[in-house]
Write a protein that binds this ligand. Structure first.
Ligand SMILES: O=C(O)CCC(=O)C(=O)O
Length: 272
């Protein structure tokens, strides 16, 4: 598919969103405590603020779903969500536009995906989007590496948890109200480093299982706009999926008037 699909690009384009891979807000300090408010509408608590996410999780709501798998509700500020939406919209335009991934047996995924750093297609990573238009995918930005490191510190409540964590790819998925993602493992990476998942827009049901089987036991949780989910350690290769999105549950202030955006940062362990 060579042109961006309707859906992600059409939903509530925020003012000033231009160009691929550049957040519009940069270097803005957070509020007095650096955290920003849960419903803030200004530019406070942007992606470059190292303190923006401090103490943002709703008190007592951080939850370990399985060993090494942690859900942190409300971790991203609204300003960060908007910046991420803008950056992802830029990447969705190209050089390799967002697409419904074709599966080897002829199926097509209902989710739309665009990649940065490395391009994923079933079931390998390459630097060029060979199943789209052959273009090289954008570099993985340093600000996202920093965000990934802060995510690990928060999820594992360990100031050293992000040390040495250098994600080099992200799969950016857009779900309309009907899209789903079947139970699968993220296993094309040659690294056991954690996966950092960020959700924006409509709430979804996220099913998190176990590394052995795509069936039970699993836990269903709701991932809402701004939520962080990290899975590493014994849960790094657990099956997971998205059986349902709840249309109309997102806040357009995130920059998405509808649908759900999910970003998973990973370490490929690949060279070149
Ligand atoms: O959308 C999500 O929350 C999960 C995405 C996912 O599992 C994947 O990209 O492999």
């Amino acid at each position: 598919m060579s042109t961006p699909l309707p859906g992600f690009e059409d939903f509530g384009e925020p003012d000033g969103a231009k160009g691929p891979g550049r957040p519009v807000v940069s270097g803005e300090p957070g509020g007095p405590d650096g955290s920003g408010g849960a419903g803030e509408s200004g530019g406070s608590g942007g992606l470059h603020s190292p303190t923006a996410n401090r103490s943002r999780a709703r008190t007592g709501s951080r939850q370990e779903i399985a060993p090494g798998a942690v859900h942190v509700p409300g971790w991203l500020t609204m300003a960060q969500q908007r910046e991420l939406v803008t950056a992802c919209r830029g990447w969705a335009r190209g050089p390799a536009p967002i697409r419904h991934t074709k599966l080897p047996r002829g199926g097509v995924m209902s989710v739309q995906t665009v990649c940065i750093g490395w391009h994923w297609q079933p079931y390998a990573y390459t630097r060029t989007a060979d199943d789209v238009n052959g273009a090289r995918v954008p570099d993985f930005p340093d600000w996202m590496v920093e965000l990934g490191r802060r995510a690990l510190v928060e999820a594992y409540q360990d100031s050293a948890a992000g040390d040495g964590y250098t994600p080099d790819t992200a799969l950016i998925n857009f779900y309309d109200g009907q899209a789903k993602l079947g139970m699968h493992q993220d296993k094309e990476e040659r690294s056991g480093a954690p996966v950092v998942s960020l959700s924006i827009g409509d709430t979804c049901v996220f099913r998190f299982g176990n590394p052995e089987t795509r069936t039970k036991p699993y836990t269903d949780i709701e991932l809402a706009s701004g939520d962080l989910f990290v899975f590493g350690g014994p849960s790094r290769f657990a099956y997971h999926g998205v059986p349902k999105v709840r249309p109309g549950t997102g806040d357009p202030a995130s920059g998405l008037a509808g649908g759900r955006l999910n970003i998973t940062m990973r370490v490929t362990g690949l060279d070149g």
